[in-house]
Design a protein around this ligand. Sequence first.
Ligand SMILES: CC/C=C\CC(=O)SCCNC(=O)CCNC(=O)[C@H](O)C(C)(C)COP(=O)(O)OP(=O)(O)OC[C@H]1O[C@@H](n2cnc3c(N)ncnc32)[C@H](O)[C@@H]1OP(=O)(O)O
Length: 719
Amino acid sequence: MAQFSRVSGSVGLITLQNPPVNALSAAVRQGIVDTVNKALQEPEVKSVVICGQNKVFCGGADIKSFRGVMTGPPLIPMIHAIEASTKPVVAAIEGIALGGGLELALACHYRISHTKARLGLPEVTLGLLPAAAGSQRLPRLIGITAALDLITTGRHVTAAEALQLGIVDHVTDQNTVDVALKFASSVAGKPLDARRISLYPCPPSDDTDALFEEAMQRVRRSARGAIAPVACVQAVRAAATLPYAQGLEREKELMATLFTSGQARALQYSFFAQRAVGRWSMPSGAQWDTVEPLPVQKTAVIGLGTMGRGIVVALTQAGFSVVAVETHEKQLTQAKQAIEEMLIRGAKRRGVTPEHDTITYSHSMEPVANVDLVIEAVFEDMVLKEKVFQQLSAVCKPGTLLCTNTSGLDIDHLASKTPNPELVVGMHFFAPAHVMKLLEVVYGRQSSPRAVATAMQLGKKMGKVSVAVGNCLGFVGNRMLKPYMNQAFFLLEEGASPELVDQALEEFGFIMGPFRMSDLSGIDVGWRIRKEEGLAVPDQRTGQIPRMQKGCRYSPVGDLICEQGRFGQKTGQGWYRYDKPGGRVARPDPWMQTFLNQYRATHGLVPRRIDPKEVLERCLYALINEGFQTLEEGIAAAPEDIDVIYVFGYSWPQHRGGPMFYADMVGLEKIMDRLEHYHQAHPDVPSLQPCNLLRKLVAIGSPPIHKWSQVMKTLRSQL
Ligand SMILES: CC/C=C\CC(=O)SCCNC(=O)CCNC(=O)[C@H](O)C(C)(C)COP(=O)(O)OP(=O)(O)OC[C@H]1O[C@@H](n2cnc3c(N)ncnc32)[C@H](O)[C@@H]1OP(=O)(O)O
């Protein structure tokens, strides 16, 4: 809806009304058309102001409506009618002007913004482009380079930057609507042609071809196969090289391709999935809207290795006071310096003053006594963590929440070492913890709903996308990674090279394939865990690590690599070789080829040609199958939880939605058939055997992803 009123006799005020973000639903568009007509027809009205209800201008098109048939007046003619108006129209921008919201403002003759407003064209993040003439108007207003930046990244700008770029005419910290009304009154009757952006020529650049060539290359490099950023460059190019009307036609053509692409569907699903994970629930029925979080102001981090340092930075930047504890004096000094540097760099990037006075460094636990919440981030060793939790239980005030940053150890076991297991939860951060957006909040059998609510809220305040998951080995993310990594190892045994496997998965859209990723994070990390699990241990009789363990196929290739001291980038050699220890550029290593040949010969394995399709199917479908298993067990509450974890923690390409969305796109029947096919070929790999939930979904006709929850409920109630 949009409401019309007349202010001071001569200014028509149009207020968009569609909480919470005044999205341009069919009703809002109809309201705008009607109220603009009214303003034009009423002779007393000399100028017009458009604003949004509740101090929010407009969050753009209604994304929910993209799923169905579009109804109501189309956006483009509505926007053109505003620009063509013979009476001046002023946009009063408060809160946000995003996507169609900013395009609406660009059609107005003047834009006045509140200092705290944010503006942008984020369509690219939804797999689209600004197709309500935004791709044609913005370059004409602010130039090609700046427009390319905003349109291809979708980033939001502050009012100050918008003013500097020329997107808005004036910024105020007063009541924006009042300022706009006064201004509208002052420009009544003034000529408007010079204010109609569609009439502007696109500002020339020195070498348009070179500029677009460079932009296209940059975008292709970072897009990982996403098509919207490429279409955005093409649309801006149309603005730079074609008359406005033809540019609009091109914009429409490009949008038509994007709109119907699976990528747009995936990215829009991902938008809503990110919000859905905030509405967490626990198997007990406790959920986000029925549980009050505990108040948290003072926090502590125990252990200042890489993870601990990142967590201290993230907490400090979110405004919490932090006691940072590291028992080794030398490590404490180094950590302090590293944290200060990270805070300075972060503050510089955000244009604020660094906040270090809120951190207290300590080599003892004493200052932790009066904090509200502790995050333990010591080495991934259960005995060490148990000791820390016992110390914390002795020193902390009653009611302190004890969180562990383990990446997969048993939360229930750790909780059992404290007198208050209900106050123990896992907070699994991803490295680097001050950068990576994902946080898995892991509840154990005894974790109280308030403890979960508190950790979820803390994550939100730290700017994380937090997902509540149940307790099991590896939780959701690392548990699903295991069958994926196993397949990658098996493929090496059967004839693939690390390059072949990585390339297939990188072309799919992962930032790094499993072997480059493992070189980056350190191959020895998994080796240590496998040794603790009793897997990477030579058989006393043969002296070799067995290739069958507990009745299942096991590949020791990763263990053998580590035995050679090849831990990845840090040692300059891993699955690849690097110029020096710490080097970043991975090069294929002839040593690896020889090693694999010898390994296969030793075990009588005849190498065969493996194609990228098999790599994708085996690695991804095994991972997806494990995803279904976590849903079946209730470890993950919904497919959205898994998808958000994979997109934000494991570089799953966002334009493919996440593993479970991808499974829905590929077709559950196909996934099940291919898994069965591979399981027949490898009967000693149980993770290739389709799980019950997948079978059940296929049996009832493969319902779409939003209907899986119902089947999951039935299945769990039958168990
Ligand atoms: C021809 C095509 C023309 C134009 C194309 C477009 O305009 S595409 C849309 C472009 N706009 C956007 O991409 C904005 C998307 N929204 C956001 O980035 C954030 O929601 C926003 C506006 C910055 C607010 O963030 P905040 O953290 O304050 O709230 P939250 O994200 O939780 O959102 C609150 C609820 O509003 C829903 N919502 C937000 N934007 C839209 C939208 N454009 N359409 C529909 N619904 C929207 C959001 O889902 C939340 O609802 P919930 O029920 O909680 O999921």
